[in-house]
Design a protein around this ligand. Structure first.
Ligand code: PHE
Length: 481
């Protein structure tokens, strides 16, 4: 126990636990008690909601959501996505926060503490593996956004009259080995630098300003998009559900996106919950994070699709969609250069705050469970993620033809994590919370220091019956398609 207490305290002097990053107005005391669970807390509710929203809002909302909506038929997909958020995402997020707050540990440690030595600990390990894998391709796309900040400053992305030209430029860029790997390393390095040193006072405050700024900028862009000629075609595609396009595969993708976008199924929210003090209201915090994440994604769709249709493009362009369409929109706007720089900067920051949470899960595991110090954990984890990311980075250039089942390496890692690992991790977390640890125990934890858990009955029903069964059905539906 003493050993554990010491290794856990390794979080503290290094200034680097997320509790430290996001502590709004907090007075952080380095002389923590010897209670080995006392790793520091979010001192304000706002700080916690911002940190969790920072994890949730990222490339998943701005880059991934529009292109998979585009590829999977528009409105009907959006509707299924929203249902997944409500009946699967919400209950699981609440379960993850509660598990984290109860155990004050990383995902492996959390399941180990509640059911020592049982197979349930495997959920934690799956989360750590998912963290490695997701971050490897996430850092590649994060690198693309950094490159687009630079290319907005030098104006090279803003010289196109048509998205086709912008698309050619984008394809040439993501096929350029040196550039892609350079920006991949840069993005990963920035995330690692934050996780290793801690974020000096400013970042969490900065996020408090930047996240709302991103929302405001998106509203401005939405107005621009909606006033383009022919924009309504896009709105129709986005909002009008055509169910003929829905099959098992599409439902699985919507489900995977719900997990990816809300950062669920791999212990990121569990880890953030572990830095939470007991007086916070878990249910309403969950509601805020889910609502914010969903609104941002929906807003991005309202920016992209009107523009896509107005420019006579196909919405099925895959991962390049945002990078091809937006620069052309910016070019046609007053202050386009400035807006382009601002947009890609905000996107990079949103990606950074998600990347940090992905790395933190893995790093917290090595610190808590393996007794590594933070520096060693960050360096080793960073090196592995960089190496894993190389084939993803080259998937649109050198390795573009190395396809297996019609998908390149990048697509496979994305598919395995988003569509299998995260939903499976989430389903098992739901079964664990609902049946193994049990609804009464969860309820106790939620009601510990706060008002009554009014939704306990509904939540208990969802987490025991609906959530796991729905995920299982989606898996089965996919296999028997
Ligand atoms: N939710 C993040 C996004 O939408 C990605 C992420 C997934 C972060 C899983 C943490 C864990 O970009």
């Amino acid at each position: 126990m003493i050993l554990i207490a010491q290794t856990r305290r390794d979080h503290l002097p290094l200034d680097a636990s997320p509790a430290r990053y996001w502590n709004y107005n907090s007075i952080y005391s380095p002389t923590m008690s010897t209670n080995n669970h006392n790793r520091g807390n979010w001192k304000s509710r706002m700080g916690f909601i911002l940190a969790a929203s920072g994890s949730a809002v990222g490339l998943g909302n701005v880059w991934k959501f529009p292109y998979i909506v585009g590829e999977n038929g528009g409105g009907a997909f959006v509707l299924i996505y929203l249902v997944c958020i409500l009946i699967i995402g919400f209950p699981i997020m609440l379960a993850e926060f509660t598990l984290g707050r109860k155990t004050q540990l990383n995902p492996v440690g959390a399941f180990q503490e509640l059911r020592p030595g049982s197979p349930w600990v495997g959920i934690g390990y799956m989360g750590v593996i998912a963290g490695f894998l997701i971050m490897s391709f996430y850092a590649v796309v994060g690198g693309w956004t950094l490159a687009y900040i630079v290319k907005s400053v030098t104006h090279s992305v803003l010289e196109f009259q048509t998205p086709q030209q912008a698309g050619e430029f984008f394809n040439a860029f993501i096929g350029n080995t040196q550039e892609v790997l350079f920006y991949h390393a840069l993005f990963l390095g920035l995330c690692l630098g934050i996780v290793i040193k801690g974020v000096h006072g400013g970042i969490e405050k900065a996020c408090g300003i930047l996240m709302p700024t991103l929302a405001v900028l998106l509203v401005i862009l939405m107005i621009r998009s909606l006033t383009l000629p022919g924009a309504m075609e896009g709105v129709k595609f986005y909002l009008y559900p055509d169910f003929s396009k829905i099959n098992g595969e599409v439902v699985l993708i919507a489900l995977g996106q719900a997990f990816f976008s809300l950062s669920l199924g791999m212990g990121a929210m569990l880890t953030y919950g572990s830095y939470l003090s007991e007086k916070e209201n878990l249910t309403s915090s969950t509601a805020y994070v889910v609502l914010f994440d969903t609104l941002i994604a929906l807003l991005v769709g309202m920016v992209i699709f009107p523009a896509v249709f107005s420019m006579g493009l196909e919405p099925t362009q895959g991962p390049g969609l945002v990078f091809n369409v937006l620069p052309t929109v910016f070019t046609s706007m007053p202050f386009g250069t400035f807006i382009s720089i601002a947009f890609f900067t905000l996107l990079a920051i949103a990606a950074l705050t998600s990347g940090i949470s992905l790395i933190e899960v893995v790093v917290a595991y090595f610190i808590d469970q393996r007794g590594w110090n933070r520096k060693k954990a960050v360096l080793v984890v960073g090196a592995i993620i960089f190496a894993l990311g190389i084939p993803s980075g080259l998937s649109f250039g050198l390795l573009a033809d190395a396809k297996f089942m019609e998908m390149n390496f990048f697509d496979h890692i994305d598919n395995i994590t988003s569509n299998y690992l995260l939903p499976l991790g989430g389903m098992l977390t739901a079964v664990f919370a609902g049946w193994v640890w049990g609804v009464p125990a969860v309820r106790n934890e939620i009601e510990k220091h706060e008002t009554q858990f009014h939704w306990a009955e509904i939540w208990g029903f969802l987490i025991r019956y609906i959530t796991p069964v729905a995920v299982a059905c989606v898996f089965l539906g996919k296999f028997f398609n």
